[in-house]
Design a protein around this ligand. Structure first.
Ligand SMILES: NC(=O)c1ccc[n+]([C@@H]2O[C@H](COP(=O)([O-])OP(=O)(O)OC[C@H]3O[C@@H](n4cnc5c(N)ncnc54)[C@H](O)[C@@H]3O)[C@@H](O)[C@H]2O)c1
Ligand SMILES: [Zn+2]
Length: 310
């Protein structure tokens, strides 16, 4: 099987890692994991929804790597479970099973699984390796890359966490086919964001290939996810811990976050709120004369074509 795939290297000195993007890549997982070097055991963090779809493939690939089946740590599905209670359950299952410094955690799922497993890996035994297998578009283009991990608190989202870069990210674009359409569209908002802030070619590609984008064409989405990861990696390499530049990635997020908060995180998915936020941000830029009105019109037209107008 040689599906077209892209490798993006995130250069962060001794914390550098590869992001592999391609259709059907989960089938190559064993060889990618072997390249990470010796592991004493593998623990797979996932949720029931994703496990039912991709668990068997992943568990099969892991077995030869550590010589035994992985310990599977299942967490409940949903943003409301991205909390300390779930984190503690990961700690306890891993510690009871004898996690050691050579253990590799693997996060299989969307951003919720990735943020939780990443934070567990950052803190278990003061830090063990984690490999990300993102299965949502949002996690593939954003959450799995850059090393931000954490949990939510009553006071707000992602308020407790750590920077902990993964050792490997493997994004199989075929997994996008099973995503609920609404989740897929919400992920596209972050791709539009990259186009707006950093890459007019990517923006134009979305405009011209709208039907293939909407249909999650695996070849095109491999190109789009890889390009998005390159753009995010380029920012993370220059500002790993968000002291300044990395804030450009927050385009559309000021108003977006406010909308999510004002509606109790129930009405809009994150990407849907960001889409509204991007339109608002461009509106302000146009109003103060910093942006050509035609760009605002293009943005709104693209978002509408992607089903993100509200
Ligand atoms: N660390 C970062 O840099 C970063 C960046 C952006 C977002 N995030 C975080 O990511 C989280 C959101 O992630 P998300 O949008 O992936 O949501 P999610 O993890 O909740 O996944 C969305 C839903 O899709 C399901 N799912 C996942 N993959 C699937 C597949 N292939 N087929 C069918 N269903 C599938 C999940 O079980 C879930 O029900 C938020 O908590 C956010 O704070 C983190
Ligand atoms: Zn976002």
């Amino acid at each position: 099987v040689s599906a077209p795939s892209h490798g993006v290297r995130v250069e962060l000195g001794e914390r550098s890692y590869d992001v592999c993007v391609g259709a059907g890549l989960l089938d190559d997982l064993a060889s990618k994991l072997t390249a990470l070097g010796a592991v004493t055991s593998v623990m797979l963090v996932t949720n029931p929804t994703v496990r039912a779809l991709y668990g068997a493939t992943v568990e099969q690939a892991i077995e030869p790597v550590s010589g035994k089946p992985p310990l599977v740590i299942e967490i409940r599905d949903g943003e409301r479970f991205k909390n300390l209670a779930t984190l503690e359950s990961i700690y306890d299952t891993a510690l009871d099973a004898g996690v050691d410094r050579g253990t590799l955690l693997i996060a299989l799922g969307g951003g919720v699984v990735g943020d939780l497993a990443g934070f567990a890996a950052a803190t278990l035994l003061r830090g063990i390796r984690v490999a990300m297998l993102p299965t949502t578009l949002l996690a593939q283009v954003d959450a799995s890359v850059g090393g931000k991990t954490g949990v939510n608190r009553r006071q707000g989202k992602n308020l407790v966490g750590a920077f902990h870069q993964p050792s490997l990210v493997l994004a199989d674009t075929l997994t996008l086919a099973t995503l609920p359409a609404r989740e897929y569209r919400a992920g596209l908002a972050e791709v539009v964001k990259y186009g707006m802030i950093l890459d007019s070619d990517l923006f134009a590609l979305l405009e011209t290939r709208i039907d293939d984008v909407t249909a999650a064409d695996a070849t095109l989405m491999t190109e789009i996810v890889a390009r998005s990861v390159e753009l995010k990696a380029g920012i993370v390499e220059r500002d790993e811990t968000e002291s300044g530049l990395r804030a450009v990635l927050n385009f559309g997020h000021t108003v977006g976050h406010a909308i999510e908060q004002a509606t109790g995180y129930t009405r809009y998915l994150h990407g849907e709120a960001v889409a509204i936020g991007m339109v608002a941000a461009v509106g302000v830029s146009v109003a103060v004369g910093n942006c050509d009105p035609s760009l605002g019109r293009r943005l709104e037209k693209l978002l509408a074509a992607l089903g993100l107008e509200k």
